[in-house]
Design a protein around this ligand. Structure first.
Ligand SMILES: *Cc1c(COP(=O)(O)O)cnc(C)c1O
Length: 390
């Protein structure tokens, strides 16, 4: 049985009529950059996320870069980030000649460790970028209180967490000063090219985001500040306007898939419960825990499972076994930021962040996309069981 990591064609087939119409509407209008489709999309996201301002931008990476520019990050500043995330989170800091300061992750959630944030704050620190990794919220109460105490800005990297709710019901991305989202095609809500969004509740920051999105000009050709071309195109907005109403139902299917994986792994005797963090004879496959699940009476989207990440000791051998059996899989992320060649000037070394290093060495993403069938999930678990007990 073939089980791809992701199959975007299934979603397209299910909504083809609506999507084709939206794309054609843009082509017929010949209005391609910003404009009414983008305005409509920004309004729709404000409504969905329950926030005051949304600014459509050219990618998730650009949302992060623009957010840092809007809060005035510059040379000499330090910005705190988890060492375990997609490259953009750290890259944007260096692109502004500021210094990324890395911290370790929590073993259970893979998210930034608040205690380690406190240890890394200096008088140069200006901001923290918590990343809601794999679709699960960071512990925002702690992060907000640290930021308040030290007068730091919070830029949320919610690229993998569109629709994730924190334990109090707020949507991630709307809790810090600016929230950043990505609509890269393979994200939970993907458009048909690159696209992103920056959201805020602060009117001044919203104004800066909007002006800097178009080279810092207001009115056109009169430049208040130096921005860039961070514009979203109308085609992407039109696709997102069609897809946004379905997002919650897709997230619910991902949670159903995760529940089935959890149940089957436990029944197969591969682990004793969800969220174990130590390997031993009873726990050979460690499962990802949805930590805010207990709030699920009020918080439906406690985790949108951008990825379903297991941990195993013979990860690379298992990976080969899965690939040999036509099961899609991926390693997010094989190398933490502090060991990347491009950051070698920052003088970190192996062993500095043990939790992140362990995650890099043992984690493996399994297929979790909404259209996956029960049969496919059973086949994935059976194939892993066969490998471990062979
Ligand atoms: C995908 C992603 C980004 C970047 O988004 P792009 O739209 O690809 O530029 C940033 N941060 C995280 C955590 C991501 O997963």
């Amino acid at each position: 049985m073939k089980v791809p990591l992701l199959n975007l064609k299934l979603q397209y087939q299910a909504h083809k009529n609506e999507l084709d119409k939206a794309v054609l509407r843009v082509v017929e209008s010949q209005y391609f950059i910003l404009g009414p489709e983008v305005d409509e999309m920004e309004k729709a996201f404000c409504g969905y996320l329950n926030c005051n301002y949304a600014v459509g931008v050219s990618s998730g990476t650009d949302a992060l870069l623009l957010a840092l520019m809007a809060i005035g990050i510059k040379s000499g500043n330090e910005v705190i980030v988890p060492t375990y995330s997609f490259f953009s989170t750290a890259g944007v800091i260096s692109r502004l000649n500021a210094t990324p300061v890395f911290v370790d992750i929590n073993k259970t959630t893979f998210n930034i460790d608040s205690e380690d944030i406190k240890r890394k704050i200096t008088e140069k620190t200006k901001a923290i970028i918590p990343v809601h990794l794999y679709g699960q919220s960071c512990e925002m109460d702690e992060i907000v209180s640290i930021a308040k105490e030290h007068k730091l800005k919070i830029i949320e990297d919610a690229a993998q967490a569109i629709g994730t709710q924190y334990k109090d019901g707020r949507y991630v991305g709307t809790i810090g000063d600016i929230g950043c989202f990505s609509f890269f095609p393979s994200k939970n809500l993907g458009c048909y090219g690159d696209g992103g969004l920056a959201v805020t509740n602060d009117p001044e920051l919203a104004e800066r985001l909007k002006i800097m999105r178009v080279h810092g000009a207001k009115p056109r050709y009169y430049h208040k500040t130096i921005g860039g071309n961070f514009r979203l195109d109308a085609l992407q907005a039109a696709v997102l306007n069609v897809k946004l109403p379905y997002l919650n139902s897709w997230s619910a299917k991902r949670r159903t898939n995760a529940d089935l994986y959890n149940k089957l792994f436990i029944e197969a005797g591969l682990t004793t419960s969800v969220g174990e963090t130590e390997f031993n004879d009873n726990n050979k496959v460690l499962l990802p825990k949805a930590v805010y699940r207990e709030y699920s009476e009020t918080v439906k989207n406690y985790n949108i499972y951008n990825q379903y990440i297991i941990r195993v000791q013979k990860r690379d051998e298992l990976r080969k076994h899965l690939s040999d059996n036509e099961i899609g899989n991926e390693i997010y992320y094989p190398v933490p930021f502090h060991l990347q060649e491009c950051f070698s000037n920052l003088n970190y070394k192996q062993g500095d962040f043990p939790n992140a290093e362990e995650a890099c060495a043992t984690s493996l993403a399994l297929p979790i996309f909404p259209e996956l069938t029960e049969e496919q999930i059973k086949y994935v678990v059976d194939t892993i069981r066969d490998f471990i007990y062979k």
